[in-house]
Design a protein around this ligand. Structure first.
Ligand code: NAI
Length: 511
């Protein structure tokens, strides 16, 4: 932040909040706690006053927990004032709207506010799905309008996206950036594009998880546990969809897909519509991808492998680094690893695909399909192993493979043949979308990574994650996904291709 930006944020003293629901109250809380005067207005009778009462209770709880002093709580409370008339917001330097998500209603509100506020006041919208430019378009001062997009619950989700509309004066964005930081949030800057940063970057996880399910690679619970244990996501995609509710997440998926003119990278799956029709929305209706409440099933137990562990293993050297990891794993599980050029007749054949399916490796290396399995060694194998079958795999060899790779007590899942297995395709898809966000200059690489880790809780920022795996590895993986599937969904972003080709980090910006 420059000194000038800091000074600008210092001139902001009084904040107006219009719409005192969940988001408006949360924004009021952090503003008042950090020393700003906050005036609250809502068209619903008593909503502003009720929000102040609720915040008083929140602050009392924070004092009881030792997270806030009694003096600070009292001071924060003293900074709140509910107002009945919109005109009472006249002294505000910034007004943030968190009203109903409707373009016409937001436009009408901002038009009214233009007649009330000082000409240099800022009009900020908390919209998550509407265009900031469209909200500003018919106003007389569209340059004073910007997005200020918080996440729910505001005090805990310490990230805010500042969105510049096409007409926004850059100084307005600078001031909101400084304001967000002054309120203790990480403020990132984004162009006015569908989903901004977080909701755009978040399209990879759910849609690719759904795609894996749609291809019948593995059951819901298996996909979820693989992505938790091998990639480090807190929740699997189906656990997350159930938590958010399909009534909330499906419209977001569809809207971003359509706003990008049916870009295949964001394509949702028909199962969502079928489940919505049946009212299976997730936790809130007692059933979604899982069943909740009294009828809840026990978590799916890990597979127990009853076969005799394969004694000899031949590992394809096609991907040397991945093969080396498979060699170490097989040895640590007690197998002899054959070093002959070709697999002996009694050996389990193991391939380590990178974005390919096992069938493609069998064809490329002329392997005996009946005893060939794949294993994913690109990701963590210390908590769970992912074995991949092929349509001609002999069940006895499948059992011998499962018994071997779980011999040290770490569970092993066998999934059906799939390009990019499970974890590879999901993580590569997330990285690719983040690269495309950087390519389109929607946000800086640093802001993309910060927004995704804080907004989505992923184990790493997607660009940093791509660097950890190796940009060339991610590129090869996606090229294989695109080539074998023939689906443009997986075509690598030019941002990724150029940096991988030149041996650069995915966070490298061009001059
Ligand atoms: P909410 O329904 O809890 O609260 C909206 C409030 O606005 C209500 O109290 C309502 O009476 C009031 N309101 C509606 N029209 C009004 C008007 N014309 N003038 C004054 N007050 C009006 O909604 P919530 O969840 O707080 O969301 C508000 C906004 O924040 C929406 O635009 C939404 O897209 C956005 N948002 C919501 C997130 C969420 O997770 N709930 C996350 C990020 C953004």
């Amino acid at each position: 932040m420059t000194n000038e930006q800091a000074n600008n944020s210092n001139t902001i003293r009084t904040i107006g909040i219009v719409g005192c629901g969940q988001m408006g109250a949360g924004i009021a809380q952090i503003a008042a706690q950090t020393g700003y005067r906050v005036m609250l207005h809502d068209t619903r009778a008593d909503a502003a006053r009720n929000a102040c009462t609720t915040l008083a209770r929140t602050w009392t709880r924070l004092v009881e927990k030792g997270k806030l002093t009694a003096d600070a709580a009292q001071a924060a409370q003293g900074r709140l004032s509910p107002v009945d008339r919109l005109a009472d917001l006249a002294p505000c330097d910034v007004v943030i709207e968190a009203i109903v998500e409707n373009l016409d209603v937001k436009r009408a509100l901002f038009a009214d506010l233009e007649g009330i506020l000082a000409p240099n006041a800022i009009l900020a919208t908390n919209t998550s799905s509407l265009s900031v430019t469209a909200i500003a378009a018919r106003l007389s001062r569209p340059q004073r309008v910007a997005g200020f997009h918080f996440f729910n619950p505001v005090p805990l989700m310490r990230i805010v996206e500042v969105i510049d509309g096409l007409m926004t004066d850059p100084e307005v964005g600078d001031q909101l950036l400084a304001l967000g930081q002054a309120w203790g949030h990480v403020a990132v800057r984004a162009k006015d594009t569908p989903g901004f940063i977080v909701n755009h970057a978040g399209r990879g996880f759910g849609t690719e998880g759904l795609r894996v399910l749609a291809e019948n690679i593995a059951p819901v619970a298996v996909i979820d546990r693989i992505l938790r244990d091998c990639a480090g996501f807190r929740l699997g995609p189906f656990e997350l969809l159930d938590l958010t509710g399909l009534d909330v997440s499906t419209p977001v998926m569809e809207s971003i897909y359509h706003q990008y003119f049916e870009e295949p990278r964001y394509r949702p799956q028909p199962i969502l519509k079928t489940m919505q029709a049946a009212g299976l929305l997730g936790r809130k209706t007692g059933r979604g991808f899982y069943v909740y409440g009294d009828a809840a099933q026990a978590p799916l137990p890990d597979t127990t492998w009853s076969g005799t562990p394969a004694a000899t293993v031949w590992i394809s050297p096609a991907h040397p680094e991945l093969a080396e990891r498979a060699v170490r794993l097989a040895k640590s599980c007690g197998a002899r690893v054959s070093v002959s050029k070709q697999a002996e007749a009694d050996a389990l054949i193991v391939v380590t695909p990178l974005g390919e399916d096992v069938t493609s490796r069998i064809a490329a290396e002329q392997l005996d399909a009946a005893r060939t399995i794949g294993i994913d060694t690109l990701f963590d194998t210390s908590r769970r192993r992912v074995l991949i079958s092929n349509p001609a795999l002999d069940p006895e060899w499948a059992a011998r493979a499962g018994a071997l790779f779980s011999a040290d007590g770490v569970p092993a899942d066998l999934v059906r043949d799939s390009i990019g297995l499970v974890t590879q395709r999901v993580v590569a898809h997330i990285i690719n979308i983040a690269c495309e966000i950087a390519q389109q200059n929607i946000a800086s690489p640093d802001d993309i990574d910060r927004a995704v880790t804080l907004g989505l809780g992923y184990p790493a920022g997607p660009l940093a994650w791509g660097d950890q795996l190796g940009p060339a590895v991610v590129l090869a993986l996606l090229d294989n996904l695109a080539r074998i599937s023939g689906d443009p969904r997986y075509r690598p972003s030019p941002w990724l291709r150029r940096r991988a080709t030149l041996g650069l980090s995915l966070t490298t910006q061009e001059v």
